[in-house]
Design a protein around this ligand. Sequence first.
Ligand SMILES: NC(=O)c1ccc[n+]([C@@H]2O[C@H](COP(=O)([O-])OP(=O)(O)OC[C@H]3O[C@@H](n4cnc5c(N)ncnc54)[C@H](OP(=O)(O)O)[C@@H]3O)[C@@H](O)[C@H]2O)c1
Length: 179
Amino acid sequence: MTSSLSGKTIIVIGGSSGIGAAVAQAALARGAHVIVAGRRLAPGSDSGLRSEPVDVTDSASLTQLFETVGRFDHLVYTSGPSVRAKPLIETDLDEAQDNFDVKLWGALRAIQHALPFLHEQGSITLTSGQLGRKLAAGQFIKTGINAATEALGKQLAKELAPRRVNVISPGVIDTPAYA
Ligand SMILES: NC(=O)c1ccc[n+]([C@@H]2O[C@H](COP(=O)([O-])OP(=O)(O)OC[C@H]3O[C@@H](n4cnc5c(N)ncnc54)[C@H](OP(=O)(O)O)[C@@H]3O)[C@@H](O)[C@H]2O)c1
C-alpha cells in the first residue's frame, strides 16, 4: 500500500529524542524523506534519516535550517523544554520565560521561518499537552504554554489555509522529558 507520506519531505524539529524521534522513524517507514533537527544534532545522514542542527530560540539558526533543506511538505514541531513545576510564588520567572521561548515562541518562530519553503498543500503539526486543559496546582508554565499552543493552532489553521495546522496533545509517554 502506498502511503500519502511516500516521497514527501518532512522536517521534525525536536526530532533528536522522544516523541519527535518516534514520529521521524514512523514517517521514514512510510517512505518519506525525513530531516530531524535539534541542538544536539550535526549535519549528516544515518540509516536514511537526515539530521541538521537547530536552536529554536535563535532566528539565524532557523534561517540556516530552512535554507539548507529548501522546499518541503510537512513541518512537525516537538521541541519542548524541561520544565520545573512549582507554584507561581516560588518560580523563577526568567526560567519560566525561557520555557515559553522554546515551546511556544519557538514554534511561532519556526513557522514564520518555514512558511516561504512550505508547500501550499502541506501541513504543520504542533505539540501541546493535557495540562493545557486539565488544570493542576504548580503547573502554570505547562498550562500556559499548552493552552496557548492549542489556541494558536486553531487560529493559524484559518490564517494559513490551504495549509493544514494541527495540534497533537500526547498522553503520558516515557521519554527523556517525562523522566
Ligand atoms: N512525554 C510526555 O509524556 C509528554 C506529554 C505531553 C506533552 N509532551 C510534549 O511533547 C513534546 C515532546 O516531548 P518529549 O517527551 O518527546 O521530550 P524530549 O524527548 O525531551 O524531546 C524534546 C526535544 O526538544 C528539543 N529541544 C529542546 N530545546 C530546544 C531548542 N532550544 N531548540 C531546538 N530543539 C530543542 C530537544 O532536542 P535537542 O536537545 O537536540 O535540542 C528534544 O529533541 C514536548 O512539547 C512536550 O511538552 C510530552
